[in-house]
Design a protein around this ligand. Sequence first.
Ligand SMILES: NC(=O)C1=CN([C@@H]2O[C@H](COP(=O)(O)OP(=O)(O)OC[C@H]3O[C@@H](n4cnc5c(N)ncnc54)[C@H](O)[C@@H]3O)[C@@H](O)[C@H]2O)C=CC1
Ligand SMILES: CC(=O)C(=O)O
Ligand SMILES: [Mg+2]
Length: 604
Amino acid sequence: MWKLTRFAAASNIARSRRFSAAIPGPCIVHKRGADILHDPWFNKDTGFPLTERDRLGLRGLLPPRVISFEQQYDRFMNSFRSLENNTQGQSDKVVSLAKWRILNRLHDRNETLYYRVLIDNIKEFAPIIYTPTVGLVCQNYSGLFRRPRGMYFSAKDKGEMMSMIYNWPAHEVDMIVLTDGSRILGLGDLGVQGIGIPIGKLDVYVAAAGINPQRILPVMLDVGTNNQKLLEDRLYLGLRQPRLEGEEYLSIVDEFMEAVHARWPKAIVQFEDFQMKWAFETLERYQKRFCMFNDDIQGTAGVALAGLLGTVRAQGQPLTDFVNQKIVVVGAGSAGLGVLKMAIKAVAKISGCSDSAAKSQFYLIDKDGLVTTERNNLDPAAAPFAKNPRDLEGLTEGASIIEVVKKIKPHVLLGLSGVGGIFNDEVLKAMRESVSTKPAIFAMSNPTMNAECTAIEAFKHAGENIVFASGSPFENVDLGNGRVGHVNQANNMYLFPGIGLGTLLSGSHLITDGMLQAAAECLASYMGEEDISNGILYPSVDSIRDVTAEVGAAVLRAAVEEELAEGHGDVGHRELSHMSKDETVEYVRSNMWYPVYSPLVHEK
Ligand SMILES: NC(=O)C1=CN([C@@H]2O[C@H](COP(=O)(O)OP(=O)(O)OC[C@H]3O[C@@H](n4cnc5c(N)ncnc54)[C@H](O)[C@@H]3O)[C@@H](O)[C@H]2O)C=CC1
Ligand SMILES: CC(=O)C(=O)O
Ligand SMILES: [Mg+2]
C-alpha cells in the first residue's frame, strides 16, 4: 500500500504544478519564420511570446494576441468537448474517428500541446490513440491518410535500407516500434495500414514512459499483403503484391535490423503485431543480437501473469496456490503461447518442479479445439503445451471450449483468440461451476469487437463474484444496490513502456528473460491487498507513469544484476549499481520527458 499512497501524492504535486513555472532549458532551432510554425516539434501556435516572435522572424505571421499554454490547453479541451456534444446520436464509429481526427490534427500541428493533453487525460484518450479506435484507424488508414508519420521500408527497397535510414531527420532514436502489418490486433492482415499500431504504441511510450517524442520512430515493413480486399482497393497505399515468404521475407527484416543497428546501435526495437510464425522466428533470430523484444509474446505474457497472480490473491490464497490453479487458454497464437510459457515457468519456480511437470494445470485450445498430442499436423510452437489424452479424464483431441470448461471447471478462462464472442452465454454459465470461489475471465483480444465476451456478459452469466479483465477498455458494470463489477484492462500497455525505458536507461544491448520477468513481478506486486480483494488487478490507466517508473526501475535493476547495464548519458554502470531500489525509481521517473514550451534559440 505504501507505494500507492506515495504515488498519489506525487501525482497530485505534478498536477498542481502543471502549468507553473520551473523555467525549462532553451531549445536550439535551425529554422526561422514560417518553417518553425510548420514544424510541430517547435511550433507553439499563438503561444509564441512577442520577444520570441521578433527573434525568430514570426512577427506578423500570427494573430497579435499571445495565448498562454494553459489557455491553449483549455481551448483544445473545449473544442474536444464540443465535438462530443456535436456528434451525439451518431454511430460509435463516426464519433471515435472524429475524436481521433481532432487529436491527430493537433499532433500534426503542435506536439508539445498534443502530448500534454494526452498525458494529462491518458485514461480518456488512450482508447482513441490506442485500442480500440486505433484498430478502426488502421482499417480506414488509406482513406484517412493526410501526411506521413514514421518510416516505410518496402520489399522494393531491398539493398537501399542502409542509406534510407539516414533519411530520418532526427540524429538520435531511442525507441522503434516495428510492424509488418500481418496481424493487426484481432483484425488480421492490414498490410501497410498497420502503421497506425506503431504510431499508437509510441504515443503510449511518450505518455507512459516519457520517452522524448523526438527520439521515437514508428516503422512499417511493407512486404505485401495477403488481404485480397486491400489488394483490390484502389486507395490502398501499400505494395500491391502478395506477402513475401521464407528467406525473401527474412532478408528484408535482416536488412532493416542491420540498418537500424548501424545508425543507432542502442535503439530498442519493439516487434509488434507480426503473424505468429514470424513473431517467433524473428524473436529467436534477433534476441541475442539486437536490443529488441516482441511485445505480443513477451509484453502480453508479463501482463497476463501479473493478472493470474492477482487472481490467486483475489481468492484470498497465498501466491504458492498458483501451482494449483487450473487455467484454460483459448488461442494458441503468439500471445497465448507467450502467456503459457511464462506462466508455466512461474509455476515451476514456485513449486521447484520442472517445466514439464508444471504444465499439468494448463489447457490450450485453438481454432480446432483442445490441443493434444494426437493432433494431426500439430504446430511445433504449440507442441510443448499439447495434452496427453491419457491425462484428460475423458476429454479428447479437439474438444470444444464448452466441453473443456464443463469437464475441467477451471479457475481461469483466458482468451487470446482474436474471435469476438466465443465466450458465449453457455461457456460463461459453465464457469459458475468453477472449482474457484472467485473464477476469473480474461477476454484479452482486441479491439473491443474481438473480445471473447463483454464485461456485462461476463458478470451476467458467469456470476457477480468473478474477476474480469479485457484487453480493450469496458466500463465497470453496475451490479445493482450500489455494487460494482470491476473491469480490469489486461493490456501489455502496463509493461512495454517500462520495458523500453528501463532498458534504455540501463544501456543494456539486450533484453533478457530476467529483465522481462522482473517487469512482470513488479506489476504483479503493484496492487495492494484491499484493491486486489475487490477484484482490481491492475492500476488505473491514470497512473500509468507511476507504474512505468516502477516497472522501468525493476527492468533496469535486473540489467544491473545481469551485468548488462552499461549506463546511459552521464550515468554509468557504477552509479547505476550503487542506486537503491527507491533511488532507481526516482532516477527513472526523473528521466521522463514532460511537455513544456522551451525558449527557442535560433542558430544557423
Ligand atoms: N490484451 C493484450 O495485451 C493483447 C491482446 N492480444 C490479442 O490477442 C489476439 C490474438 O493475438 P495473436 O496470438 O498474436 O494471434 P494469432 O493469430 O497468432 O493467434 C490466434 C489464435 O487463436 C486461435 N483461434 C482462432 N479462432 C479460434 C476459435 N474459434 N476458438 C479457439 N481458438 C481460436 C487460432 O487457432 C490461433 O491459435 C488478438 O486479438 C490480439 O489483439 C495480443 C497481444 C496483447
Ligand atoms: C495489445 C496488443 O498488443 C495487441 O492487441 O496486439
Ligand atoms: Mg500487439
